[in-house]
Design a protein around this ligand. Structure first.
Ligand code: GAL
Length: 648
């Protein structure tokens, strides 16, 4: 048995008069809150001017919260360096790709590569860790806040350039190797030494993709380095307290799997309505989904991220949308029950804590239109009632440990960067593709793990590898050893780790060799037929030579799916209905049970519990094949309902 999950809240005592603090703590306890996250943006209140500290207020609130029985997540405030610090080191700010310095006046205005800022970040972390490291009420830490948010992973500043050259020298050791690996003979881009290399912005036309790719790898490493510096200090002064960072949804600019190696908790911030809108804008115009799930979010988006991050550490949702937000294109009110549904969805996926953002709506500044669990006038907002309900419900349900799922989906940040840097079609969006595969499993009643390529594949029955462009023969052999059924998606194995075209554009054993690529806009699909099902490929499809068994045909006579002696290969990006059918077949071939679920009903298995969620507007019943004892909810779910079934 694992321990039961808990609720938390993000709290900004520095925004409120001190005479509210005690009643805030009491009301949090009444709501069933156990964790309170504080201080991530409070640097200007902690250190008003250089070395002029005020800890009285922070000591006081730590004491109030702790004495009320609440556990504290203490944050380092490095996402918001104060003005005096920026004025001391004006070149610490990040520079955008147009060469413009980013100004003070919001947040995240620093370059990960600035050594002076790195020292400042270590200094303030040490001061906080020394002061609160062994405070009994401080039970966990968070480093910084949402690395990379507001396009801040990259900085085209002088410090980045300096560090990038050092990083390249370390990686390639000789300039000849770099030239060869990047193919710099093309367009006379050869360098004579590392000092000649610039950052890949402001080039006349596109920069060499290898140049871009390496800047991406470098920028990701800079995030890890920055984070690790804080983690080491916290671990030293606050041993035994787990350290987290709050990642984002739909965000791939640095390798979270790498950063997570230095953290215990892989937390993320879940804003289902904002994500639904943003994901639509970037990746697909699905008017039906947008309209039908407008007030509740995509039925798979949150689940996907829970599975993604729980593969990297102990899963927390550090910020959970509690009502309307302020930052999406449109910001609707969630349907009644959605806040409860989102919380339960996280617990179904193993989250240890769901923490709402924020306690009370701010009366001023950038986020005054963002809901909290309390209205600005200190009366409860609707989200609070739902949080309270969840806190009562989780007490009653014994949560089992999740076992390994029978299905693994292989996800990789470098593959994501390569697919997106390659251009070819503007509509190729790695997260969108993976989400389609993920959805296809879920719509067939499956639960799955999202893993990196170095995972132990033992025990999996089906391993799905969508668009892992530089997947190597050795990687494939490791998966094959597990004996799992293998389904690779388009582009898999079509690049070298150096971002070049290999001699053979394919992995042996999947029955297909790519010869050329038909890269399309999403709204110009090519029709295909597979197993009597008519559908289409869009965005990406491949023409090539089939060496294995070929299934299906496109209107221009190319294979839809091929199977070699080691696995199957999908030669394009299918529409969702076709992908669901192909996935169903793959699951059956792997010996797994399949239950085709109604459009907006999903199920997730955690130990002997099945969690059903309804994201649709219509009532929907749990299919008859699922039998067991109902621990929560009913067999017919209305919109935003959750039901838990205990199976034997
Ligand atoms: C998150 C961020 C919070 C707050 C929130 C609003 O991205 O971490 O500080 O801005 O969004 O939804």
């Amino acid at each position: 048995m694992s321990s039961n999950p808990e609720l938390g809240v993000c709290y900004y005592p520095e925004h409120w008069p001190q005479d509210l603090w005690i009643s805030d703590a009491e009301n949090m306890v009444k709501t069933g809150i156990k964790w309170v996250r504080i201080a991530e943006f409070a640097w200007s209140r902690i250190e008003k001017s250089p070395d002029n500290f005020d800890f009285e207020w922070l000591d006081k609130i730590v004491d109030i919260l702790g004495k009320a029985g609440l556990k504290i997540v203490m944050c380092t405030p490095t996402a918001t360096p104060p003005k005096w610090l920026v004025d001391q080191m004006p070149d610490m700010v990040a520079v955008d790709s147009n060469g413009q310095p980013r100004k003070f006046g919001s947040r995240r205005h620093y370059s990960f590569s600035h050594s002076g800022y790195l020292e400042q970040s270590k200094r303030i972390t040490k001061i906080l860790a020394q002061r609160y490291g062994d405070n009994p009420y401080v039970q966990a830490w968070q480093t910084d806040n949402e690395y990379g948010c507001h396009e801040t992973t990259y900085s085209w500043c002088h410090s980045s350039l300096k560090e990038f050259r050092i990083w390249l020298k370390k990686k390639y050791s000789s300039i000849e190797k770099l030239n060869e690996s990047w193919g710099n003979v093309f367009w006379s881009m050869e360098y004579n030494n590392f000092e000649e290399i610039e950052l890949p912005n402001l080039t006349v036309t596109e920069a060499n993709p290898s140049h871009n790719f390496n800047f991406q790898l470098f920028s990701s490493d800079q995030v890890r380095k920055f984070n690790l510096a804080q983690v080491e200090i916290i671990n030293k002064y606050s041993p035994g307290r787990p350290v987290s960072h709050n990642y984002m949804g739909h965000f791939t600019e640095f390798d979270h799997r790498e950063v997570s190696q230095d953290l215990e908790i892989a937390a993320w911030d879940s804003y289902p309505l904002g994500f639904l809108q943003n994901m639509q804008v970037i990746a697909r115009e699905d008017k039906k989904l947008l309209q039908e799930c407008y007030r509740i979010g995509d039925p798979d988006f949150q689940a996907y991220h829970h599975d993604l991050y729980r593969g990297m550490g102990r899963l927390w949702v550090m910020e959970q949308q509690p009502g309307p937000v302020n930052w999406a294109k449109y910001n609707p009110i969630p349907v009644k029950g959605a806040v409860r549904l989102w919380s339960w969805e996280a617990f179904a996926h193993d989250a240890e804590v769901v923490s709402y953002f924020r306690w009370r709506q701010a009366p001023y500044a950038q986020e005054q239109m963002h809901a909290g669990l309390m209205y600005r006038d200190n009366t409860p907002a609707p989200g609070q009632e739902e949080a309270k309900q969840v806190s009562e419900e989780i007490k009653k349900i014994e949560m089992p440990k999740t076992e390994q799922s029978p299905i693994a989906l292989v996800h990789d940040y470098e593959a994501c960067w390569m697919t997106e840097l390659d251009g070819q079609t503007h509509d190729f969006h790695y997260t969108r593709l993976l989400l389609d595969f993920y959805k296809a499993v879920r719509m067939n009643g499956g639960s799955l793990d999202i893993v990196g390529k170095n995972a132990d594949f033992t025990g999996y029955k089906l391993v799905i590898i969508p668009s892992f462009v530089h997947f190597q023969e050795e990687d494939l052999q490791r998966v094959i050893k597990s004996g799992a059924q293998i389904l690779a998606g388009p582009r898999t194995g079509t690049k070298t780790p150096d971002f070049q075209l290999p001699n053979e554009l394919s992995l042996e054993g999947l029955g297909f060799q790519v010869r050329r690529v038909d890269a399309l806009p999403r709204d110009l699909p090519v029709s295909v037929e597979w197993n009597g099902i008519k559908g289409n490929f869009s965005v990406w499809r491949e023409h090539g030579l089939t060496s294995g068994v070929s299934e299906g045909k496109s209107s221009d006579d190319m294979a839809v799916l091929t199977s070699g002696n080691q696995g199957s290969y999908l030669c394009g990006w299918p529409d969702q209905k076709l992908l669901n059918a192909i996935m169903k077949n793959q699951m059956q071939l792997a010996g797994l049970d399949v239950v085709e679920l109604p459009e907006y009903l999903r199920v997730r298995r955690r130990g002997n519990l099945l969690f059903f969620t309804n994201y649709g507007t219509q009532d929907v019943s749990i299919p008859e094949v699922y039998q067991g004892e109902l621990l929560l909810g009913k067999r017919t779910l209305s919109q935003a309902d959750i039901s838990i079934l205990k199976i034997n």
